[in-house]
Design a protein around this ligand. Structure first.
Ligand code: ZN
Length: 146
């Protein structure tokens, strides 16, 4: 009788939960929302600098309008960056290293705005509250403003 104690047991793992769905089939793109304090000159200039640098580094990203007041589900001044799924592997580390301390919400676009912001979102830095009640749970009209 031989015993394999090396820990590399090739036995299939138990799978008590269903396999996750392939996210690539559901995600049509991503948004990054860059938040800033509209009353702080320092925060505003940091946000403007990040925006300029994103425009230079990612010419195919779509920069949304600059919002000095909270809009849609957002509770702080911000602007949106919309980008293709294929850019995530460059955009995410770029934002990690270059956000200048500003909070960033990163979320996929799956057609379910509520889930995208409530369940699927990733935050860099401070996690801010969202007014999730304004978001639709299924695809349809889009209250979120870019
Ligand atoms: Zn968004």
């Amino acid at each position: 009788m031989s015993t394999n104690d090396d820990g590399n047991d090739a036995r299939p793992a138990d799978t008590p939960s269903p396999a996750p769905r392939d996210p690539a089939a559901q995600i049509v793109g991503y948004h990054a929302h860059v938040y800033f304090d509209a009353d702080s000159a320092e925060s505003r200039s940091a946000a403007a600098l990040v925006r300029d640098r994103i425009a230079a580094a990612f010419p195919d990203a779509r920069l949304g309008r600059w919002h000095d007041r909270p809009v849609g589900p957002h509770t702080r001044a911000m602007y949106q960056i919309a980008f293709a799924s294929e850019r995530l592997d460059r955009m995410l580390p770029w934002l990690m290293l270059n956000r200048l301390g500003l909070p960033v919400l990163l979320h996929p676009e799956t057609g379910d705005e509520y889930a995208d912001h409530a369940d699927h979102a990733a935050w860099l830095g401070e996690k801010l509250p969202l007014k999730l009640e304004v978001l639709k749970r299924a695809s349809g009209s889009t209250p979120e403003t870019d």
